[in-house]
Design a protein around this ligand. Structure first.
Ligand code: TYM
Length: 340
C-alpha cells in the first residue's frame, strides 16, 4: 500500500502539444528535484486537455510523449508515481463533488478561463469553465501538501485552497483535506515568448519561433535563439534596467535556469556587450541540456509498450490512494457506494 505522508506532491502537465522550455523550467525541472524529499504523483492531465478540441490520435500520442518527457528529464518511475488522469476514475468523481462545492462567482474570476475562452465565451465548453474543480480534485485526491507549478497556475491553486477549506467546513470534517502550498520558482515560473516578452511562452502559440520545444534539434534551437527578440542597446549593467527590457530579462531567466548561474553573475559577464556572444553561449547551454533529453524522448517514443507499462504501474499505485480518499468523501457527503 502506498502511504502518503506529510510531504506529498501532485502536479500535472496537459498533453496538448509539444512541451517547451517554459514547461521544463517552470515545472518539470522542479519535479525532478523534489522526488527525493516528497512522495510524488506526476499526472498527465488528459481530461484537462479535452476541455478544448483535440485530435484523438494526437491526444494519445501526446499523452505518451509527456510520460516520455517526464522520464527523459529525470523523473524516476521507481520513486515517483507517473500516470494519466483518465485512468483513475476518482479524479472525475471528486471533481463532480467539487462542482457542487465551488461557487459560480469563484470560477467567474479565473483569468485562465477568460484568456482561453476569449471573446466567444458562449462557445467555450462547460468543461473549460469548471476546469479548476478538476484540478482541485487532482491535488486533493492525494491530499497533496505541496504543488510545484508555473506562475500561470497560481490562481487555480488559490481556488484549490478555497475548495479544500469550504469542503472541510461544509461537511464538518476539519483537516480532512490539507490546504496545499504552491511551490513557484522566482525567475523561471513565467518564461515568455521569444518573440514578445509580454506574452507567455505557450504550446498553443501559432508561431513555432516563439518557443523552444524539448524535442527541438540543435539547428532549430540555434536558429530560434538567433531570431529571438532583444533590444537596440547593449546588455545593461543593472537589474533595474534589465527589468524594463522584458525580452532581455526573459533570455537571462532562461540562461540562468538552464545554466544554474545567478542572473547577477550573468549580467556582470555580459554587461556593455552586444547580444551576439550572449546568444551564442545561451544556445550552447540550451543544446547541452536539451539534446540528451530530446534524444531520450525520441528513443522512449519508439517503445510505447514500455511507456504504457510505466503508466499502468503508476495508475495502480495512484488508484490505491485515490480510492481511499474518494470512498471517505462519499461517506462524508452521504453517498452510498454500493459495490461488490
Ligand atoms: P500546463 O500543461 O499548461 O503546463 C504544465 C506546467 O508548466 C507550467 N508552465 C510554465 N512555466 C513557466 N513558463 C511558462 N511559459 C509556462 N507554461 C506552462 C505550468 O504552470 C504548469 O505547471 N492546469 C495545469 C495542469 C494541471 C495541474 C493539475 C497542475 C492539471 N491539474 C494539478 C498542478 C496540479 C496546466 O494547464 O498546465
Amino acid at each position: 500500500m502506498i502511504e502518503t505522508n506529510s510531504r506529498t506532491i501532485l502536479s500535472g502537465v496537459q498533453p496538448s502539444g509539444d512541451l517547451h522550455i517554459g514547461n521544463y523550467l517552470g515545472a518539470i525541472k522542479n519535479f525532478v528535484k523534489m522526488q527525493n524529499d516528497f512522495k510524488c504523483f506526476f499526472c498527465v492531465v488528459d481530461l484537462h486537455a479535452i476541455t478544448v478540441k483535440q485530435n484523438p490520435e494526437l491526444l494519445s500520442r501526446n499523452t505518451l510523449e509527456v510520460v516520455a518527457t517526464y522520464i527523459a528529464s529525470g523523473i524516476n518511475p521507481e520513486k515517483s508515481v507517473i500516470f494519466n488522469q483518465s485512468s483513475v476514475s476518482a479524479h472525475a468523481e471528486l471533481s463532480w463533488i467539487f462542482n457542487c462545492v465551488t461557487r459560480m462567482g469563484w470560477l467567474s474570476r479565473m483569468t485562465q478561463f477568460k484568456d482561453k475562452a476569449g471573446k466567444d465565451r458562449e462557445n467555450a465548453s462547460s468543461g473549460l469553465f469548471i476546469y479548476p474543480n478538476l484540478m482541485a480534485a487532482d491535488i486533493l485526491l492525494y491530499k497533496a501538501t505541496h504543488v510545484p507549478v508555473g506562475n500561470d497556475q497560481k490562481q487555480h491553486l488559490e481556488l484549490t485552497r478555497d475548495i479544500a477549506q469550504k469542503f472541510n467546513r461544509d461537511f464538518n470534517c476539519e483537516k480532512f483535506f490539507p490546504i496545499p502550498e504552491p511551490i513557484i520558482e522566482d525567475n523561471t515560473s513565467r518564461i515568455m515568448s521569444l518573440k514578445d516578452g509580454n506574452q507567455k511562452m505557450s504550446k498553443s502559440d501559432l508561431s513555432d519561433n516563439s518557443r523552444i520545444s524539448m524535442t527541438d534539434e540543435t539547428d532549430s534551437i540555434v536558429k530560434k535563439i538567433k531570431k529571438a527578440k532583444t533590444a537596440d542597446v547593449n546588455m545593461p549593467s543593472t537589474m533595474n534596467e534589465i527589468l524594463k527590457l522584458s525580452e532581455i530579462n526573459n533570455l537571462l531567466n532562461i540562461y540562468s535556469g538552464f545554466s544554474g548561474k545567478e542572473k547577477k553573475i550573468l549580467i556582470n559577464e555580459y554587461q556593455g556587450k552586444n547580444f551576439s556572444k550572449f546568444k551564442e553561449d545561451l544556445s550552447e547551454i540550451l543544446v547541452d541540456v536539451i539534446n540528451p533529453i530530446s534524444s531520450e524522448i525520441k528513443k522512449l517514443m519508439q517503445d510505447q509498450k514500455f511507456l504504457k507499462r510505466i503508466m499502468l504501474e503508476g495508475t495502480n499505485k495512484a488508484n490505491q490512494v485515490a480510492k481511499k480518499t474518494i470512498n471517505d468523501v462519499y461517506d462524508i457527503v452521504g453517498l452510498i457506494r454500493n459495490e461488490t
